[in-house]
Design a protein around this ligand. Sequence first.
Ligand SMILES: Nc1ncnc2c1ncn2[C@@H]1O[C@H](COP(=O)(O)OP(=O)(O)O)[C@@H](O)[C@H]1O
Ligand SMILES: [Mg+2]
Length: 213
Amino acid sequence: MLIAFEGIDGSGKTTQAELLNARLTREGVPNRLVREPGGTRLGEGVRDLLLHRTDLKISPVTEFLLFSASRAQLVSEIVMPLLAEGNAVILDRYFYSSVAYQGFGRGVGIEEIEMVSRVATGGLVPDVVFLVELDLEEAIRRREMEGRRADRMENAEIEFFKRVIHGFSECARKEPNRFVLVDGRAPIEVTAEKIFKDVMFRIKNVAEEKNAP
Ligand SMILES: Nc1ncnc2c1ncn2[C@@H]1O[C@H](COP(=O)(O)OP(=O)(O)O)[C@@H](O)[C@H]1O
Ligand SMILES: [Mg+2]
């Protein structure tokens, strides 16, 4: 079972992914939480390039390809083996983030992103994607509360985030059976319970399908 969390920065993905990880473990469901770049040596190198090497010029397409390279390594080195061993794998972001950020946000072609992502992931798509939806105002409020930015968001950045939010909605619209929309403003524990129940339901269904004659 492959479970992905998607949504804009500050929406609550990591909070929910960690709660699900802990709850599944308590219930005896073997599972692992994996965060992009997810602890591959290559992924750490790419992350360093993207976050810290401010001296480098990185175009939107280059940025997308770097994320994809890191994702490809994560899938082959970590995710595939974990799934093969029978673990549920929880991903804190996956290729839908590339569709939303580099695609809708920065203007890289959506079809091209989908095509390259298929190559990068070997076609591995999540059984379920929890899209944590949060409006821009609340996302900005949370950012400021965390003191991650003292200065106000620039207009260009606000427009960028609006496109990203729209991009995630489009992903969900295209794959309504794969996506579960989660209200990012709902109380953390209420959401965690809903997500846990949803995942357990899916795990049981898969087990029953396997046991069916
Ligand atoms: N449902 C929620 N209601 C209020 N605050 C939340 C909620 N979920 C997460 N937060 C808070 O919002 C901030 C960002 O959450 P986080 O899980 O790190 O988001 P993400 O991983 O999507 O960037 C954290 O301070 C977290 O405690
Ligand atoms: Mg996070």
